[in-house]
Design a protein around this ligand. Structure first.
Ligand code: HEM
Length: 194
């Protein structure tokens, strides 16, 4: 009886969750119409987010293989690219992605700048965005220090610090700033229909 009762409650909860999730997805994704005249420039904020998420997921994969010390770093990169299935692809994506992401973030910023969207009431959107640009450049720089060409130039403890900042410090702060950035955009709404 108890089990049956518990089962019923679970089913009810499951249905509630399903409809909440379905509504959330429908309202924000599947039932959203793409506006006419949508330009590539107008998409750069959203595409910067997609690029960031690709970096995080390929980066998590690389973390399982990278050895952040003087002796192991170079060998571990060679191991990922030559011995791990699809390792070469994910390593390449993680290495090329930042160049594209930096381009996207700068295009997003230039659109905001030239259209004057940084003005009241969006000053803080701009400030949080500027912090995101600095963080994007910092994560790019620390990542390039860990690349095949540069990793040998750093001594053990230095390399470990750079690695910790690159994989944990900066991404966490970026997540926080992105949360604030999106919350602000959600609060004011976007300036013009994309
Ligand atoms: C990792 C970096 C960034 C991400 C992922 C990001 C993402 C987004 C997204 C998704 C939007 C809403 C859609 C849009 O208007 O494009 C947005 C809006 C905005 N962003 Fe960014 N952004 C980033 C960096 C920046 C930078 C560098 C600036 C300027 C310094 C900036 C300033 C703004 C402003 C002012 C808005 C409001 C636009 C409006 O109301 O129409 N963002 N951002």
């Amino acid at each position: 009886m108890n089990n049956k009762h518990t089962g019923l409650i679970n089913n009810e909860n499951e249905n509630e969750n399903k409809s909440f999730l379905r509504t959330l997805i429908e309202n924000n994704v599947t039932r959203r119409l793409i506006p006419k005249g949508l330009s590539w420039f107008g998409c750069m904020g959203g595409l910067s987010l997609v690029a960031f998420l690709i970096q995080v997921s390929t980066g998590i994969f690389l973390m399982f293989h990278f050895v952040p010390n003087e002796r192991g770093a170079l060998d571990s990169i060679h191991n990922v690219t030559h011995n791990v299935p699809y390792g070469w692809l994910l390593q390449r994506l993680h290495a090329i992605g930042p160049n594209i992401m930096v381009g996207m973030v700068i295009s997003h910023m230039l659109r905001i700048l030239f259209k004057g969207i940084y003005k009241h009431p969006r000053e803080l959107h701009w400030v949080s965005g500027a912090c995101l640009l600095i963080l994007t450049l910092l994560i790019y720089y620390t990542g390039s220090m860990l690349s095949v060409g540069n990793v040998k130039a750093h001594s053990g403890i230095h390399l470990t610090y750079i690695y910790a900042i690159h994989v944990a410090g900066i991404p966490l702060i970026m997540g926080l700033f992105m949360g604030m950035h999106f919350f602000m955009v959600r609060t004011t709404g976007i300036c013009e229909q994309l």
